[in-house]
Design a protein around this ligand. Structure first.
Ligand code: ADP
Length: 421
């Protein structure tokens, strides 16, 4: 009797990763490849080669048991393709803001209070492409994850409602809005299905070359940050994931969607639930500014998390905050600095924990489901002193994410498609 295995691929900002899991979500195998994300037309080749390199690395005895694959990519990383699916112009990366040159086109087509009204949205990038001479020869516009999946199923790129959100797709009624449907270039846009839903079988030539089963399904993907959420173990409304990386990012699973675009708060659909969240400018980068990784560990061990420092810090590296407080002029508060470094660090950790607690309060005030449990991902997740400080403040159980690799989350998405059963 053969095991049923599922493959997830993650295309992040500095490399790609693969994870194979079994039906019980047990991690069986993983691999990674680093690449440089210097903008330019060469990225198309780098991504394609990384995809096939990772597939080639999977041991044959595992490949032959894989039922389905899903791929995540960085949100709002997009491509313009010709009729053969080849890149017509360089891909535009998630943080590329040349869309600011076409702000007038954006405000002419989309509602004023829509989240596509940002220089880095997928729609802003499409409108930028539309002003270039190559646009005349374009057949498809799609996201990084859509394109990578199309290399495997061989059909036209198909998107998912996570990647398509910043293109303007409406996840409430599961359709593109009329203001997009009426655009002259609407036919370039990818059809959109639910993340994890099967797009089609693997193309036969790839199935043969990679020793994959013929009935192997290519599923619609997601974005890298949602894949990381799916990896965490959070599944119920009220469960959240705090990412303690360079910046502090909160995601709370909710029965109702919430939006406050001024604070950068919006919601992704997740089946019948909504993934709400926001990102603060504060975070681990402030800790790293003052202390090395070794110092962080050593000093944290000296902190008594049950005896608050009474310092009232707001740890920012430069003025300006968006979430939970929307104030572009908010000043960092990092004084007075005590002589004892452990107390100083405690003040920083407490300050970040207060921002986290305020963030969850803000989401709940806007209507998100009451917080019941917090999983932690990112570099700060290993710090148990910080975990205790946070738990005291949040008043709900706080634990490390079961898994934090986005590739693992994408593998879970492939497993959840159920089309393979
Ligand atoms: P990103 O991918 O966002 O750059 P990571 O998830 O790799 O970040 O996390 C890096 C951050 O983790 C650093 O900014 C650092 O401050 C923080 N970090 C690393 N070790 C510790 C520790 N022991 N305690 C608290 N924070 C830590």
């Amino acid at each position: 009797d053969q095991a049923k295995l599922f493959l997830g691929l993650d295309f992040g900002t500095s490399g790609a990763r693969a994870a194979v899991i079994d039906q019980n979500k047990e991690l069986i195998w993983q691999e990674k490849v680093q690449f440089s994300q210097v903008p330019g037309p060469q990225l198309v080749t780098i991504w394609r080669e990384s995809l096939f390199h990772l597939l080639d690395q999977i041991p044959d005895e595992l490949s032959s048991q894989i039922q389905a694959i899903a791929i995540d990519g960085t949100s709002s990383t997009v491509l313009l393709l010709d009729s053969q699916g080849n890149g017509l112009m360089e891909p535009l990366l998630y943080n590329d803001d040349r869309g600011k040159e076409v702000k007038h086109l954006l405000s002419a087509i989309a509602p004023a209070d829509h989240l596509v009204q940002s220089a880095t949205s997928s729609l802003a990038k499409l409108l930028w492409y539309s002003q270039q001479p190559e646009f005349e020869r374009a057949n498809y516009f799609c996201h990084q994850a859509d394109w990578l999946a199309s290399l495997l199923h061989g059909g036209r790129p198909v998107s998912d409602y996570h990647n398509a959100l910043k293109l303007g797709y409406n996840p409430h009624n599961l359709t593109y809005p009329d203001w997009l449907k009426n655009a002259s270039w609407f036919a370039l846009l990818p059809p959109v299905i639910a993340p994890g839903k099967a797009i089609s079988r693997l193309s036969p030539s790839i199935a043969n070359a990679e020793k994959f089963p013929k009935n192997y399904l290519v599923c619609a993907g997601t974005t890298d940050s949602i894949a990381a959420f799916l990896a965490s173990g959070a599944t119920q409304p009220g469960e959240a994931v705090t990412s303690l990386g360079s910046t502090l990012v909160l995601k709370l699973l909710s029965e109702k969607p919430v939006t406050d675009l001024a604070s950068g708060i919006y919601s992704h659909r997740l089946g019948d639930l909504w993934l709400t969240g926001g990102a603060s400018n504060a975070g681990g980068a402030v800790l790293q500014h003052y202390f090395s990784s070794t110092q962080l560990t050593a000093l944290s061990a000296k902190i008594n998390p049950h005896q608050p420092s009474d310092l009232d810090y707001y740890p920012l590296l430069q003025p300006g905050e968006r979430f939970p407080i929307n104030d572009p002029n908010l000043l960092p508060r990092l004084e007075p600095r005590p002589e004892n470094d452990a107390i100083f660090l405690q003040g920083l950790l407490e300050g970040l924990a207060r921002i986290e607690a305020q963030g969850y309060e803000k989401l709940q005030k806007l209507g998100a489901t009451t917080l019941t449990k917090v999983f932690t991902a990112g570099g700060g997740a290993q710090n148990l002193t910080w975990q205790t400080i946070r738990q005291n403040l949040l008043q709900v159980p706080v634990q490390k994410s079961v898994q934090s690799e986005a590739a693992y989350g994408s593998a879970c998405l492939a497993r959840s498609s159920k089309s393979w059963e």
